[in-house]
Design a binder for this molecule. Structure first.
Ligand SMILES: C[N+](C)(C)CCCC[C@H](N)C(=O)O
Ligand SMILES: O=C(O)CCC(=O)C(=O)O
Length: 449
């Protein structure tokens, strides 16, 4: 399948029918050429030339420019209007994103001027382009200079503008039980290990980090802390070592089977990454780990039963953590099972935890329709072809995206000790963006993200 049609198929799969949109056409620009995977490390490395604008029918919350990709559109100024191709860039936006030293702090990358002191009737007095930038003298005498690549990004369709913001350099690789034959893995001491680790997370939703010393939890803590420089603190602590002793009033601290779920649905912002490193399991058996690609199953539901997908995308569900004395945590509002980017329509988060679910935000008499939709998603999650079971082993950290990949375990006997941690979503995506695009490129896109 050619790259552009594969991307088309990809965008059509991920951009759901979400309720608050007028049907919109937009374009996105993502083409992926998958290089030969490295047989040694099981790492699928790919070059990712952003090219091949494809026309994708999607639903977007806001009227997105109906023009195609602006990646090479001409930048011209005429009669008080600066245009990128056919897209007019408003003077207020231009002035608000002036990067001169009085408007923008070069070190902190923060806006210095007062947006709301910009004159309403601001006009372009003169302009001059050198082919890569355009200098503008404004009617109030202020002078600005704009990089054409930033202007083109600002005029681009939302999906193009979201690529760096979401760190979506490539289309995700959806998987089922077959991933067991070659799960993504990176030796912790491999060259560019962090980039490869986070590239696997972005593409597959999980990775193993191998060759990790396990004589103590410390090496694991150091590796996980190195992702963002700090861990996500919760009422379980930061770095955790746990076993079946109910040290915390949660079923994770027991030896019972746990069905596929995402963690911390009771937080307004669920943990981003989660890690498990099995340090030991003695005098017993079981305790196999389960992973399910929540996005794959969601997209299967969307194609099999769009109405069920819509209900799970619209109906808010509440959650709670109440087992521990003195703790009663709930998110500030309800959230649907499937959350999407309002601008691009892309599926961004799955929240699925039957143990911790609280209220369903429907009149009680209408809740059966949510249960019926959830039952269909649950059935997909439990299909053998969607379950990846693995017995974790000491020396190998399992690291996964808790916003996409569900996890669980089988019941076990004996003494089983696991260590791990959470890393917040924004913190790991930040590190990934820097590893993938570098500070300058990731920063340059901000104004137009
Ligand atoms: C901290 N540690 C990972 C050991 C246990 C956390 C318990 C998570 C809880 N069952 C949930 O689904 O959010
Ligand atoms: O013990 C395990 O393997 C997983 C525990 C779990 O699901 C959790 O901590 O959320």
């Amino acid at each position: 399948m050619a790259a552009s049609s594969r991307s088309l198929a990809f965008w059509q799969r991920v951009a759901p029918r979400v309720p608050f949109c007028a049907r919109e056409r937009t374009r996105t620009c993502a083409s992926v050429s998958r290089l030969q995977s490295s047989p040694l490390s099981g790492i699928h490395s790919r070059s990712t030339p952003i090219a091949n604008a494809v026309l994708v029918k999607t639903q977007c919350r806001y009227k997105s420019s109906s023009v195609g990709s602006t990646s090479s559109a001409p930048v011209e100024t005429e009669d008080n209007v600066l245009r990128v191709g056919r897209v007019k860039i408003p003077n207020i936006w231009l002035r608000d994103n002036c990067q001169c030293s009085t408007c923008f702090h070069a070190d902190t990358k923060q806006r210095l001027h007062d947006t709301f002191q910009i004159p309403h009737n601001l006009r372009i007095r003169s302009s001059e382009s050198d082919g890569k930038t355009t200098a503008i003298e404004w009617s109030d005498g202020h002078r600005s200079r704009y990089d054409h690549s930033v202007l083109r990004q600002a005029a681009a369709p939302f999906k193009e503008r979201a690529i760096i913001r979401q760190g979506l350099a490539e289309e995700p690789v959806y998987w089922g039980s077959e991933i067991a034959s070659s799960p993504p893995k990176v030796p912790h001491d491999a060259p560019n290990a962090m980039r490869k680790i986070l590239e696997n997370i972005r593409n597959y939703g999980f990775t193993y980090i191998t060759n990790v010393p396990f004589h103590s939890p410390t090496p694991t803590e150091e590796i996980l802390t190195s992702i963002a420089g700090f861990l996500r603190l919760t009422h379980y602590g930061g770095f955790y070592v746990f076993t079946s002793d109910l040290a915390s009033a949660d079923t994770a601290y027991t030896n019972i089977a746990l069905e596929a779920h995402t963690d911390t649905t009771y937080f307004s912002e669920p943990a981003g990454l989660q890690a498990f490193h099995l340090l030991s399991h003695t005098d017993g058996e079981g305790g196999a780990s389960l992973l399910v690609d929540g996005f794959k199953c969601a997209l299967d539901l969307k194609s099999q039963d769009p109405e069920a997908y819509r209900i799970l995308s619209e109906v808010n569900v509440h959650a709670h953590a109440s087992g521990n004395k003195g703790i009663s945590i709930q998110p500030f509002r309800g959230f649907p099972v499937f959350s999407h980017d309002p601008a691009t329509g892309q599926l961004l988060q799955v929240r699925w935890n039957s143990s911790d679910r609280a209220g369903i935000e429907l009149p009680i008499a209408e809740t059966p329709k949510w249960y019926a939709a959830a039952r269909k998603y649950n059935a997909l999650l439990k299909k053998k072809r969607n379950e990846y079971w693995e017995q974790l082993t000491p020396g190998n950290i399992l690291l996964f995206d808790n916003w996409r990949v569900l996890h669980g375990r089988s019941a076990f006997t004996g003494k089983r000790t696991i260590c791990g941690a959470y890393v917040s979503r924004d913190d790991w995506v930040s590190r990934w963006k820097i590893e993938r695009w570098g500070d300058e490129a990731a920063g340059r896109a901000i104004a137009a993200s």
